[in-house]
Design a protein around this ligand. Structure first.
Ligand code: NZQ
Ligand code: ZN
Length: 393
């Protein structure tokens, strides 16, 4: 296992109705003038926003709002939020929503206390400080409620980049699984897919002797196969939603990623799809991941995939032909994605095979390679998009 630092100071508030305590927690973490951020429709329609605002009022907190944040959030909303924070002397940001709302809040939080352009933080410079952010999570997916990351798309160029720093970790996150019951089934399934992707990105590693994190990751993947099917069959199953919500957090706050080199090629390959076609991030992953997995199995990565196939998907190990076992696991994962209603083809997410050279270009690979498990150069990126587009048998 590699040496590591791990700092995960977010305070988690989990359970039914806990959003009514939002005001208490904003106060506890030093807020007095709050910017409440939310998405397009859902938080208003379900009455959640009213409950959160009431909680802030009863705690004696002043607040302003920024609504209308869209999935795959763009930089223009961040600039608007930075202006608003400065004008209203905001000292705390409360994101009521999913990854898109939380990431916008994090980007505004860093940009509001920075003299330059906030995009610097999405071009390689790490932010050193940010206004405090709290969250009321409404979809289990991105893990942004416990992660040090924010993902924003630049409105004019469609570059979808990440910023990462411990100062971006939320001070607190309120996780009420019942809030996710209003999700359309498709979004619930996209969330499960993203959660599993965050486990896979960490699982596929060349770092030896990481049995503890291997077994933790396998455990969460097994839980998602079970709970994913359970929630799709019964969308009002609180216990299934509770297990999925906590999995979303543990899969991305990095408690299971420490001490091992991680991969992240699936996310790299996917982010340009959701940037260009505005598909849900989980849907893009469902199309890319099985293609990426097949590429890895065919290019020397079969050992870990066979391990996954046996331990997570219950396949029988073929010691004479580990590639066969590995592909059985990949196919079992693909079948699970299909079962929960995920798209599997380029066409289903509105992607055009003719765009593949453009997608490769957007990945900015140059002469290098990406990823930590099987390094991918330009030709490999091209090949994986072609597999995903059904252009290779
Ligand atoms: O805007 P509203 O009306 O709220 O609708 C949203 C949106 O259409 C809807 N929704 C959310 N909660 C709901 C609900 N509808 C009904 N009831 C509810 N309770 O769901 C849709 C998707 O919301 P979004 O916030 O976009 O989903 P998600 O949490 O999957 O976030 C996706 C974004 O996070 C980024 C992705 O790239 C994408 O931009 N990621 C962020 C990460 C991070 N910060 O650590 C890591 C991830 O890998 C990911 O890249
Ligand atoms: Zn993700």
């Amino acid at each position: 296992m590699n040496s590591f630092d791990f700092y995960s100071p977010t305070y988690f508030v989990f359970g039914r109705d806990r959003e009514t305590e939002a005001g208490t927690y904003v106060k506890k973490f030093g807020g007095s003038r709050v910017l409440v951020l939310y998405g397009g429709q859902s938080a208003k329609r379900t009455g959640l926003l009213d409950r959160v605002n009431e909680s802030l009022r009863s705690a004696g907190l002043a607040s302003v709002e920024l609504g209308g944040i869209k999935p795959n959030p763009k930089s223009d909303m961040v600039y608007e939020g930075i202006e608003l924070c400065r004008r209203e002397q905001v000292d705390f940001l409360l994101a009521v929503g999913g990854g898109s709302v939380i990431d916008t809040a994090k980007a505004i939080a860093a940009g509001a206390v920075y003299d330059g352009d906030f995009w610097d933080f999405f071009s390689g410079k790490a932010p050193e400080k940010a206004l405090p952010v709290g969250t009321v999570l409404t979809i289990a997916a991105s893990g942004s409620e416990g992660s040090p990351d924010a993902i924003i798309t630049k409105a004019d160029t469609l570059e979808k980049n990440a910023a990462e720093a411990d100062c971006l970790r939320p001070r607190f996150s309120i996780l009420n699984p019942a809030l996710t019951e209003s999700l359309p089934p498709y979004q619930t399934a996209c969330g499960v897919t993203d959660i599993m992707a965050h486990a896979f990105e960490r699982y596929f590693t060349n770092t030896p002797d990481v049995e503890t994190t291997d077994r933790l990751l396998e455990g969460v993947l097994l839980a998602m196969l079970h709970e994913g099917r359970r929630v799709m069959a019964d969308p009002h199953n609180y216990e299934a939603r509770a297990n999925i919500m906590w999995a979303g957090m543990v899969c991305h706050n990095d408690v299971m990623g420490v001490g091992r080199k991680q991969d992240w090629n699936s996310h790299h390959l996917e982010h340009v799809l959701s940037a260009l076609y505005d598909c849900a991030h989980g849907a893009g992953l469902a199309v890319i991941m099985p293609a990426w997995m097949r590429y890895c199995v065919e290019h020397g990565g079969e050992k870990r995939f066979a391990q996954m196939a046996v331990r997570v998907f219950g396949c029988q190990m073929d010691f004479d032909d580990p590639k066969r076992t590995a592909m059985e696991g990949v196919n079992a994962f693909r079948a699970f994605l299909k079962d929960i209603g995920m798209p599997l083809t380029f066409a289903e997410i509105g992607a055009d095979p003719a765009d593949i050279p453009k997608l490769v270009e957007m990945n900015h690979i140059g002469d290098g390679v990406t990823g930590g498990y099987i390094g991918l150069d330009r030709a490999a990126h091209q090949e994986i998009y072609e597999i995903a587009a059904g252009m290779r048998d």
